[in-house]
Design a binder for this molecule. Structure first.
Ligand code: 25A
Ligand code: L14
Length: 339
């Protein structure tokens, strides 16, 4: 008997995020009638489990998208640049997790808690924002709507899973090498990541910022639809596997107290407030890992700025920061009859 639902392709299905996309489709009971798992030739021969059956991974080729209605991409920017338009032309709606299309004016950049309506304006491709941007805008949206935001200063503490499977292996291998007294050397990252950290995510640009830092600034303005918001980001890699943390300082247009902010955030969709520092209660990546919420704590007035607020925001970078956000976008389309 044919199952009801949509024909879905996952590109990069064997990667850290692609794998999770398959899992999240299952967890959220997204209606899937056919699931096509696509990756490079390296992965042909592998299978992935979905709803109790094993599905073989196929090599991504130009003809892969015939008959597909939804294509979730997470195989890096160059694959998305080439194949997302091919998938869209074949009739699929593409939700792309790479950086390739995010700042294209024809492509909506969507966080369901912030700008769900933008998803409906697509012409074949919808972009999923950068993981660090997603959790920041989810936490700031209620404040933005209530009192406006003029300026954001953010420092991130980013997990290695954002870089992909091989980076997770690199951290594990280095930790094991070091505790066993073996020599170790960086491969993916510019420095040893075990027992270390470095303010270097993506290549550096002419202005002294890294690509990741500029993504946070540009994507935040696009998602809020507000070209005036000033953003200064410093993005730091730390030896954590899952879960990004962010120290965020903002200057609001109108004043708001820490207590009012806490109340707003407690009522916000997708947000959980954990804010009782005297009892060591604040968000940490080990607790956020494996969940779909954005956790906020350490909410306090910043007396060094006019209308200043400081807070600490943590989320699972490959769930809310990537796979879950993408599937929530697909759910918006489905619920509006647009798939
Ligand atoms: O920086 P970017 O470009 O924006 O990249 C973002 C993400 O893309 C992946 C990586 O995620 C990263 O987070 N990526 C980037 N460069 C890559 C590269 N040179 C790369 N992946 C492979 N090679 P990831 O490692 O979690 O994998 C993401 C998924 O993308 C699939 N993919 C990659 N190239 C593809 C492709 N799919 C179709 N066509 C292509 N040309 C990738 O499938 C994965 O599903 P895969 O079959 O290539 O990888 C399956 C296994 O192989 C390991 N592996 C990765 N790179 C290498 C490798 N093994 C040997 N040599 C390598 N160079 C992976 O660990 C995985 O287990
Ligand atoms: O732009 O290495 O979505 O952690 C986010 C994670 C880029 C790489 C993006 C990392 C990616 C980054």
């Amino acid at each position: 008997m044919e199952q009801k639902g949509f024909k879905v392709a996952v590109v990069g299905a064997t990667g850290a995020v692609g794998n999770l996309m398959v899992k999240v489709l299952e967890e959220r009971a997204f209606p899937v009638s056919e699931l096509k798992l696509l990756a490079s030739a390296r992965s042909v021969g592998k299978t992935l489990g979905f709803r109790g059956s094993q599905i073989a991974v196929e090599e991504l080729v130009e003809g892969s998208f015939e008959g597909m209605q939804l294509a979730l991409f997470s195989a890096g920017g160059s694959i998305s640049k080439k194949f997302a338009p091919i998938a869209a032309r074949a009739g699929a709606v593409v939700i792309d997790n790479s950086n390739a299309w995010r700042m294209d004016p024809q492509v909506p950049l969507v966080v369901p808690e912030v700008n769900p309506e933008a998803a409906l304006t697509h012409s074949g491709i919808i972009a999923n924002p950068n993981c660090s941007t997603i959790q920041m805008v989810v936490a700031l949206k209620p404040i933005y709507d209530a009192v406006g935001i003029r300026r954001i200063v953010v420092t991130t503490f980013q997990a290695v899973s954002g870089t992909g499977k091989r980076a997770i292996e690199e951290l594990r291998t280095q930790v094991s090498d070091i505790i066993n007294g073996r020599e170790t050397a960086p491969k993916i990252y510019p420095h040893q990541i075990a027992f270390n950290c470095f303010p270097h995510i993506g290549p550096f640009l002419e202005n002294g910022f890294s690509e990741e830092e500029m993504k946070m600034a540009n994507e935040t303005r696009k998602i809020f639809g507000d070209a005036q918001i000033k953003v200064c980001a410093t993005t730091v890699r730390i030896p954590v596997i899952y879960g990004h943390s962010e120290s965020i300082n903002i200057e609001t247009e109108k004043p708001i107290s820490a207590e009012q902010t806490r109340k707003l955030l407690e009522a916000a969709p997708g947000v959980k407030v954990i804010d009782d520092p005297k009892c060591a209660a604040y968000p940490v990546p080990l607790d956020a890992a494996g969940t779909d919420d954005t956790f906020v704590g350490r909410i306090r007035t910043d007396p060094s700025a006019e209308n200043g607020l400081a807070m600490w925001v943590v989320a699972d970078n490959i769930r809310k920061g990537a796979a879950t956000n993408a599937i929530q976008i697909a759910e918006i389309l489905m619920n509006r009859g647009r798939l």
